[in-house]
Design a protein around this ligand. Structure first.
Ligand SMILES: [Zn+2]
Length: 253
């Protein structure tokens, strides 16, 4: 019975139980296959480099998406990457709650375009940060099959801050502190200047709020504050010069 034909009688409905033999092969493509082979045999990540624009891509691919030319130059890279973005998942594919949150991230590699989306091996998703250095943990060579699951997860590289990082952090904190003080004094001088802030009242109150709470200003807000500071300085100068001017000078007629 053709499938579009409507059944007039329920007794016309029939069904068969059988199976349809379907077979398929998934191919990862020429370069994709080389990437997988390198991962399986040597536990390394293969990248492709474009001879024209000099861009490097992970995973290895055949054509440069910018120049549309074949990329013949392929080589393995240092596997240490960094977290570009990440999310934490609390449900599995069937919608059931997972026992623990599963953290997934896009891992990128310095100077390489593209990246690998994979599990992040962390106990607490709050411990993950953008830019965090990670290194892959792979299955044993004998168990690897050339699948992306040959990578078990990416795990953070040593957690203890090095002397260098500690120093950089101290310097950054100092800079933040200095920026905060500068913002505070700039805001103060704007308010003291008597500059008519009516039209900028909304902006000023947002800035006042943030500065009051000790929050960092965005680059745009910082620029705005400086522009207002300049206006206020101009205003003060104008007020000063007009008060120094003899009243007779400004009288008309
Ligand atoms: Zn290119």
């Amino acid at each position: 019975m053709p499938i579009l034909e409507k059944l007039a009688q329920p007794s016309q409905a029939r069904h068969w139980t059988d199976s349809i033999p379907l077979e398929f092969h998934y191919t990862a493509g020429v370069a994709g296959e080389e990437f997988r082979r390198e991962l399986r045999d040597n536990g390394r990540f293969l990248v492709s480099k474009c001879s024209k624009c000099k861009s490097t891509y992970i995973p290895a691919r055949m054509y440069c998406p910018s120049c549309f030319i074949e990329m013949k130059d392929q080589f393995p890279i240092d596997k240490r990457g960094y977290v570009y973005s990440f999310t934490s998942v609390n449900r599995d594919r069937s919608g059931a709650d997972t026992e623990l949150p599963v953290t997934v991230g896009l891992v990128k590699f310095e100077g390489v375009k593209g990246g690998i989306v994979h599990l992040l091996d962390v106990d607490d998703p709050d411990g993950v940060s953008i830019g965090m250095k990670v290194t892959p943990s792979l299955k044993n060579a004998s168990e690897r099959t050339g699948a992306i699951t040959d990578i078990l997860a990416f795990k953070p590289v040593s957690t203890g801050p090095s002397k260098m990082t500690a120093e950089v952090e101290r310097a950054e904190r100092w800079e933040v502190g200095a920026g905060e003080n500068q913002a505070r004094s700039l805001l103060h001088s704007i308010e003291e200047s008597g500059y008519p802030i009516e039209e900028d009242e909304m902006t000023i109150s947002t800035l006042r709020n943030k500065i009051g709470k000790g929050e960092l200003l965005t680059r745009e807000e910082d620029g705005l504050l400086h522009r207002l500071g300049d206006k206020a300085r101009e205003w003060r100068k104008a007020v000063k010069s007009s008060s120094e001017t003899e009243p007779t000078d400004t009288l008309s007629g």
